[in-house]
Design a protein around this ligand. Structure first.
Ligand SMILES: Cc1cc2nc3c(=O)[nH]c(=O)nc-3n(C[C@H](O)[C@H](O)[C@H](O)COP(=O)(O)OP(=O)(O)OC[C@H]3O[C@@H](n4cnc5c(N)ncnc54)[C@H](O)[C@@H]3O)c2cc1C
Length: 485
């Protein structure tokens, strides 16, 4: 089934418990901290429902294209086009849009046998997600507070990280925290798991399962919502619409029925399910496409800012713009290559080229801060020449002065202010600062991302290149050694 935006918004009015500090949020679709972002998420559902190119049919039912288990390059391209259309709606500023975790689960459903005795659970969960057009997010990292369990044990305190505390006939009971469920406020379900390796004895923590956001005992602890503090759309155009939220997930004796359990009491399998299936690859291909969309906004803004100040004619500035454009095109090439050199894996299916996907992931993680810094340099002090906010236009005398003195040969005063306010929300506001952190950490710290690249590298073939070259010449004998004149 394909949900509409209105249906998705309705599904969020389900009694979920969300806290902003000490405030308990009633309805996330109307609360001033979340209502605009909720509408941005809903727009994704309307986009998919409006165009048959963004869905596929199986056994008489239509499903979102991000649930497609690709068998051909064309299938991969179909997936990519929907990721692109979704990313373009927010210019890549909604990282955990509904196509991210769905892609993980779809990739897993292409190789469910990895899940052992829970394989059927995983397949049925995939079918449930696509049938209900579920928006899933995930919390797959232990909280930083959980790194020293002995501290809690010594003091007879509960260990903060989420774990199974009881097994019943009808399921497991989980308690504890997981970080950091981006988008959970706007989602229907949360995938709980472990993307980083566990120690062999961390069996209760190995639980991998899906829970409804409104399940009894689940509370979301939101970080500061930037939408709440955005004065108006003109002054904070990005925070106003695209603050996707990040929440700690707190579970207090949450019952998970057995059919929603995917890994239990298996520390190795808890991590393997992501990399021994196309799950991690399908999910992070979405991240690559999403970043590419953001790059296009960044390059466009860089050029517009340079034009606004007239600096775009300066050769040194053209060179900077040329570099921006090269970076954007390089990422585009890395994404296209993932389809061009797709892998025949697992049996009967196609997967985006994993090495190219991880290379792009590493490139994005490493480059984002530098790219934003380069855009900052282009902005100069222009941002701080602007009045505090657009209410300057409400006073007749100030308005006249502003329009007269703040215009440039290239742009009127209000258009300039609009441009600089947009740029600031991408490079300097609190919303922008959160994005700097997001791009560094959403796929794990940089050493984790590089570890994926290390794992997938064909070391034997690299070594062979060196060995073949070395085998092509001999160790010189005393007689054969070249004489130095
Ligand atoms: C905005 C944002 C959104 C997020 N959204 C999600 C989400 O939707 N779902 C989810 O599950 N998670 C999410 N995360 C969490 C993210 O996955 C983690 O932040 C990430 O895995 C890093 O873990 P950490 O924050 O505990 O940092 P740490 O692991 O504590 O790392 C902190 C620093 O120490 C360094 N460090 C730590 N250990 C080592 C080591 N062994 N070797 C070398 N360096 C080391 C790291 O490189 C890093 O610089 C999000 C994070 C952010 C910031």
């Amino acid at each position: 089934m394909l949900k509409t935006g209105a249906e998705h918004l309705k599904s969020l009015r389900d009694g979920r418990v969300v806290y902003i500090g000490g405030e308990k949020v009633g309805d996330v679709t109307t609360h001033p901290a979340f209502r605009n972002a909720a509408r941005s998420m809903a727009a994704i559902y309307d986009l998919k429902a409006a165009d048959a190119a963004y869905s596929f049919e199986e056994k008489g039912e239509r499903f979102s294209a991000y649930f497609l288990r690709a068998k051909t390059r064309e299938d991969l391209a179909k997936r990519m086009k929907l990721h692109r259309a979704i990313a373009d709606l927010s210019h890549g500023l909604l990282g955990r849009s509904p196509d991210h975790v769905s892609s993980f689960v779809t990739g897993m459903a292409m190789n469910p046998m990895v899940f052992g005795k829970y394989a059927d659970n995983l397949t049925r969960y995939y079918e449930h997600m696509r049938h209900e057009d579920v928006y899933g997010v995930y919390a797959v990292i232990p909280p930083q507070a959980a790194r020293n369990p002995e501290f809690y044990v010594r003091q007879n305190l509960p260990i903060p990280t989420l774990r199974v505390v009881r097994e019943d006939d009808d399921g497991v009971v989980i308690s504890g925290m997981k970080m950091l469920a981006t988008g959970a406020v706007f989602a229907n379900e949360i995938w709980i798991g472990n993307l980083i390796p566990l120690a062999p004895n961390q069996l209760p923590e190995s639980i991998t399962c899906a829970i409804a956001v409104n399940a009894p005992g689940v509370t979301l602890w939101s970080r500061k919502p930037f939408e709440l503090h955005a004065q108006n759309e003109f002054d904070n155009p990005l925070a106003w619409r695209f603050d996707e939220s990040d929440s700690m997930v707190m579970c207090e004796n949450v019952k998970v029925p057995w059919e929603r359990v995917f890994v239990h009491n298996d520390a190795v399998l808890a991590r393997d399910i992501y990399i021994k299936t196309p799950g991690h690859c399908y999910g992070n291909h979405q991240s690559n496409v999403r970043f590419h969309s953001k790059m296009q906004l960044i390059v466009g803004l860089a050029s517009k800012i340079a034009q606004a100040s007239g600096a775009h004619e300066v050769p040194a500035v053209r060179e900077v713009l040329g570099r921006f454009s090269a970076l954007e095109a390089a990422l585009g090439g890395m994404i296209a290559g993932q389809i061009q050199d797709a892998e025949d894996w697992p049996r009967g299916y196609k997967t985006f080229n994993r090495r190219y996907m991880y290379a792009a992931l590493n490139w994005c993680t490493e480059s984002h801060s530098q790219i934003i810094d380069a855009l900052r340099e282009l902005c100069g002090g222009g941002i701080f020449q602007m009045p505090a906010d657009i209410t300057v236009m409400h006073d007749t005398k100030l308005k006249e002065q502003f329009e007269t003195y703040w215009q440039t040969p290239q742009l009127g005063a209000v258009e300039r202010m609009k441009l600089y306010k947009l740029a600031w929300d991408l490079i300097g506001s609190e919303f922008a600062g959160r994005h700097l952190q997001y791009e560094k950490f959403y796929a794990g710290a940089s050493f984790i991302v590089r570890n994926h690249n290390f794992r997938e590298a064909p070391w034997d073939s690299y070594h062979k290149v060196v060995e073949d070259l070395m085998a092509s010449y001999d160790v010189p004998t005393a007689k054969g050694a070249r004489k130095i004149a």
